[in-house]
Design a protein around this ligand. Structure first.
Ligand code: ATP
Ligand code: MG
Length: 658
């Protein structure tokens, strides 16, 4: 457990309780041929801006920049004077280089047998037609286009068409309600909405168009709705609706891409809303494409000629923007794009897809990995996944047990796992192992990437020593950073730049271990203050998940008369474990043994589900409401609002346990 350090409060900003001794060296073959070696850290340390200039030179610029960075804190401009077209960089230049026949996307629909192979030459034509169609609809550079679609090829095509003409896209995840969609359309003042009649989810067509109709009832700014026919279900058609197959298909498949300024906006994306009201994060072109492309090349060691890359995120989230669309396409990668859920028509669907396409690089989220663990090892064991060579994780801290399971049962104990820390706001990966360089530790995001200056500080903004915990900060601007919150510079300053003078504050806690490696410890708002110790949710959850009977866990601090706050745990048991009478005692003792008595939960509640956002992140603030017997707060970004009732119904059994 943490040492008492009354004389040095900075040591106690966040306790360091979890100690992990497993290490995984990079495979020799991967290290020998790695895209990026340890030299990159030295180069970037020696001259950070020169390092990013080199990364920017991987792109094709119409006009080269004259100034690499202009920093009027907290407002950054990168590659000033440079012009480029993002869609040209992602598509046309590969065709011009003779790679038109190369596959950009293997699209796999959810219904069996539904597939499409899209080469870079195909993509160029489709994007040109869509760009011409947007122009015919009156969309001009700087206009906002809301996109509310299933995971079908027309989705990345729409993003690229916007990028091509300089329109600003705002993708809204297809699972959001009409209210959520309306507020995002309103906030960005979109003039066009692109949608589909519906998409396939869990084996059935699921309508989207009626949600758009409801959302835009009072949105006079929306001039048209462009509708892709995907499911063929009945939809009401009004005067502002235009069918994709009518308008886009008759366009010319040629379109000349105009260069845009490096600081012209590329898109707005609202954060996933784990902590509160989503913020419209604004990204621009030159710096964003530079960092997404470079990180995709470095962190996944992407070899465009041989790799088959699959990021399982939805394009509705930033992970999909940066690592399904912009980064991979800028690098000329071949990707898998999958429409559906992991359990349709069966729980081995992901592994079947890995086997079918010979996927070499897989990028997914801890919530998915924990679900697969819960479903059982025998499911992935049925498939040949020997093609896999790098595995990635994003979205939440990955618990060490989940990391090791992922490596063993998906990666055949050969593949490095890269735990990538970043946010909608950062635009691209910031902290991550490099698969050919780093000896990975399960649960650690390890080091800031070359060119990124991340630090862990105490509440006085002093760097914590090795072994200490505190607040994660970014010291210097980075190319793909958000430029502001759409329409709200003040909120931008207040949210990210006011906590520590001159540093970007992402809102996450972290620790730097004895070797100087970084571990993400969850959001600082979720930190629990128990008897004077700041305890991270992540460490207690990881300790719970390391018990063989636990599949998932979420912990929160609830007011306690004795300790200030006490730890309340919500756990989902693994399929095989039964809810025995003394499971609570068993788990409490297990945590005390793993982390020390200070972290022993006061209560353990066995629940059937946890409240999660639609991107799969646990919403602890709702559990805090439950633990403190308050009425539950805003649930609009929750994937399934009935989950809170299920959890509340479990409460009485947890009243006293000591
Ligand atoms: P909101 O900001 O609206 O509350 P959100 O923070 O959930 O929503 P995202 O930008 O999608 O929206 O998520 C970024 C956050 O996800 C990070 O700040 C961090 O808390 C968490 N996260 C992402 N990747 C990792 C990772 N590899 N390790 C630990 N945490 C991660
Ligand atoms: Mg956030």
């Amino acid at each position: 457990m943490a040492a008492e350090t009354p004389g040095n409060p900075s040591q106690e900003t966040l306790s360091n309780l979890l100690h992990e001794s497993r290490r995984f060296e990079p495979p020799a073959e991967l290290a020998a041929g790695a895209n990026v070696t340890a030299a990159a850290y030295e180069e970037a340390n020696a001259d950070r801006l020169a390092f990013w200039e080199q990364a920017a030179d991987r792109l094709t610029w119409a006009e080269r920049w004259h100034t690499t960075l202009e920093w009027n804190a907290p407002f950054a401009k990168w590659f000033l004077g440079g012009t480029l077209n993002v869609a040209y960089n992602c598509v046309d230049r590969h065709v011009e280089a003779g790679n038109g026949e190369k596959v950009a996307y293997y699209w796999e629909g959810e219904p069996d047998g539904d597939e499409r192979v899209i080469t870079y030459a195909d993509l160029q034509k489709e994007v040109a037609k869509a760009a011409n169609a947007l122009t015919e609809l009156g969309v001009r550079k700087g206009d906002r286009v809301a996109i509310y679609m299933p995971m079908i090829p027309e989705l990345p095509i729409s993003l690229l068409a916007c990028a091509r003409i300089g329109a600003i896209h705002s993708v809204v995840f297809g699972g959001f309600s009409a209210t959520a969609l309306r507020s995002r359309i309103d906030d960005a003042d979109a003039k066009l909405v692109i949608t589909a009649d519906g998409g396939y989810r869990r084996g059935a067509p699921s309508a989207l168009k009626p949600t758009v109709d409801e959302a835009i009832q009072d949105c006079p700014g929306v001039e048209h709705v462009l509708v892709v026919r995907r499911t063929g279900q009945d939809v009401a058609v009004t005067e502002r609706d235009v069918w994709w197959h009518d308008l886009v298909e008759r366009q010319s498949d040629r379109h000349t891409p105009e260069p845009h300024d490096a600081e012209d906006p590329l898109y707005i994306l609202y954060t996933s809303g784990t902590t509160g009201k989503p913020k419209g994060i604004l990204h621009t072109t030159g710096g964003y494409l530079t960092q997404t492309a470079w990180t995709h090349h470095a962190v996944f060691d992407l070899k465009p000629d041989t790799d088959i890359y699959w990021c399982t995120a939805d394009i509705g989230w930033v992970t999909g923007h940066s690592y399904i669309v912009y980064g991979p396409l800028a690098n000329g990668a071949t990707s898998v794009l999958y429409e559906g859920t992991p359990d349709t028509p069966h729980r081995g669907r992901f592994w079947e897809i890995v086997q079918k396409y010979g996927v070499t690089i897989l990028y997914t989220a801890p919530t998915a990995i924990r679900t697969f663990m819960k479903w059982g090892d025998d499911i992935p064991a049925k498939f040949d996944m020997s093609s896999l060579r790098v595995l990635g994780s994003v979205g939440e801290p990955i618990n060490p047990e989940a990391y090791v399971w992922y490596r063993e049962h998906i990666g055949g104990d050969r593949t490095p796992v890269v735990d990538t820390w970043w946010q909608t706001e950062t635009g691209a990966i910031m902290i991550s192992p490099l698969p050919g360089v780093t000896a990975g530790k399960p649960g650690a995001a390890m080091r800031p990437l070359p060119g990124i200056s991340a630090d862990v500080v105490d509440d006085q903004a002093r760097s914590v020593p090795n072994g200490g915990g505190g607040f994660l900060v970014i010291r210097d601007p980075w190319p793909s950073m958000l430029r502001t919150i759409w329409g709200d510079d003040q909120r931008y300053k207040d949210t990210y730049w006011s906590r520590f003078d001159g540093f970007y504050f992402p809102g996450d806690g972290a620790k730097r271990d004895e070797d100087g490696d970084l571990w993400l410890l969850g959001r600082v708002d979720d930190v629990m203050l128990v008897s004077g110790h700041n305890i991270s949710t992540t460490e207690v959850e990881s300790a719970l998940v390391s018990h063989p009977k636990v599949a998932e866990a979420a912990v929160v601090g609830a007011t306690d008369p004795v300790t200030g706050q006490a730890i309340v745990s919500f756990v989902i048991l693994r399929g095989s474990a039964d809810e025995s009478a003394d499971i609570a005692k068993e788990l409490r003792d297990h945590v005390a043994k793993t982390l020390g008595p200070i972290a022993k939960p006061r209560q353990i509640l066995v629940v059937p589900e946890l409240p999660k956002t639609r991107s799969g992140k646990i919403m602890r603030r709702l559990l805090r409401d439950v633990a403190e017997n308050r009425s539950v707060g805003d649930v609009t970004t929750l994937a399934d609002s009935s989950v809170m009732n299920l959890i509340a119904s479990k409460l009485p059994s947890a009243a006293s346990e000591d």
